[in-house]
Design a protein around this ligand. Structure first.
Ligand SMILES: C[S@@+](CC[C@H](N)C(=O)[O-])C[C@H]1O[C@@H](n2cnc3c(N)ncnc32)[C@H](O)[C@@H]1O
Length: 329
């Protein structure tokens, strides 16, 4: 057994109080779509497991795990701190994911869920040795972003998906990884993948019939009203484009550390109001636990000015304000 270094010891493991505390790349439009696809499948009693290739510190995995049905299996595959298989993949790992460890992923995941997913630590190219063909209803491909790896992941996932299963490709149009775009559109034009929709970051498709998904998705988007969308024709079929700027995020799983973080914040608020009862703006415990300090309201600023400025200055300001109010009529 290898001894733990100081950085790996329990006290250094993450204790995220909210999903936003977990580092990663998982934005509102995709949160909404993951939530929609998984609920849509559940409402139709579509059986199948969940799969993620490339989990990093668990942001999207934690979200997926919260939507796992009874008796379903969630498999996560990542190299974590294992060596990559080739020089390009090693360079990609060193550049983008150097601080990643499996223990940090597990600590993050356990903050939100009692049980870990099935973890395959290794190259995504071995995934078919661990997941049964035809068993997955939703797969997220977000491991290596190099062409050869992504092309292989897409073909593996094609075999793993159920008939109407959905595959999601991350970064299918990002400037820094043209290989994902090449592999994605090649799957469409040469391997029968049918697009359902895209966001700025991810591509959603199926080897089944995309029509029922698209009809139901358009109905939902129209009813919501806060998600911009349009339909374009691509390769002889419709493709929904959407953007969720300003839209409300779906429900996040709750961390076991949420309450203690709120408690810490309450304690801090109580201490600061004792220290300076007149000048502390009222804060929500959550916001002061992990977010930036809220901006004081105008009323609070006035109170601070009244308490801190010499009376002669305050009276002069009040007189000036009265005069300008009278002038405005
Ligand atoms: C973009 S991150 C995943 C982000 C995560 N899904 C999220 O939303 O926060 C990519 C992950 O893929 C892993 N990875 C890179 N190359 C891989 C490979 N060939 N096989 C398996 N995992 C790989 C990296 O270790 C990294 O954790």
């Amino acid at each position: 057994m290898t001894a733990l270094t100081a950085d790996q010891s329990a006290e250094h493991l993450p204790r995220p109080a909210r999903l936003s505390d977990v580092k990663g790349w998982f934005f509102t439009a995709d949160q909404l779509l993951f939530d929609w696809f998984l609920s849509h499948q559940r409402d139709r009693s579509e059986a199948g497991d969940l799969l993620e290739l490339g989990a990093y510190l668990g942001k999207s995995a934690i979200f997926l795990g919260a939507r796992l049905g009874a008796g379903e299996r969630f498999t996560v595959c990542d190299l974590f701190d294992s060596p990559a298989g080739d020089a390009s993949n090693s360079k990609e790992m060193a550049k983008s994911y150097a601080t990643l460890t499996r223990r940090a992923f597990e600590a993050n995941y356990r903050a939100f869920h009692d049980e870990l997913p099935v973890i395959v630590q290794g190259l995504s190219s071995v995934i078919r040795e661990h997941v049964a063909d035809g068993s997955v209803r939703f797969a997220h491909i977000d491991a290596s972003h190099l062409y050869e790896h992504v092309a292989g992941d897409i073909l593996a996932v094609r075999e793993l998906l159920t008939e109407g299963g959905v595959v999601v490709m991350d970064d299918f149009r990002a400037e820094h990884c043209p290989g994902v775009a090449a592999a994605t559109w090649q799957a469409v034009t040469a391997h029968g993948l049918r697009p359902i929709c895209i966001t700025g970051t991810k591509f959603y498709g199926t080897w089944g019939d995309p029509g029922p998904y698209q009809d139901a998705l358009l109905e939902w988007l129209t009813a919501r009203g806060d998600v911009w969308h349009e339909v374009q024709q691509v390769n002889g079929g419709p493709l929904i484009r959407l953007s969720a700027k300003g839209a409300k995020e779906p429900a996040h799983p709750v961390s076991r550390y949420a309450a203690s973080a709120a408690g810490v914040a309450e304690g801090a608020a109580a201490r600061s109001s004792k220290a300076s009862p007149k000048t502390s703006p009222k804060t929500s415990p959550k916001a002061s636990a992990v977010g930036p300090a809220p901006r004081p309201e105008r009323g609070a600023l006035r109170r601070v000015a009244r308490d801190l400025l010499p009376p002669v200055v305050t009276r002069a300001i009040v007189r000036a304000r009265k005069r300008s109010g009278a002038a405005r009529g």
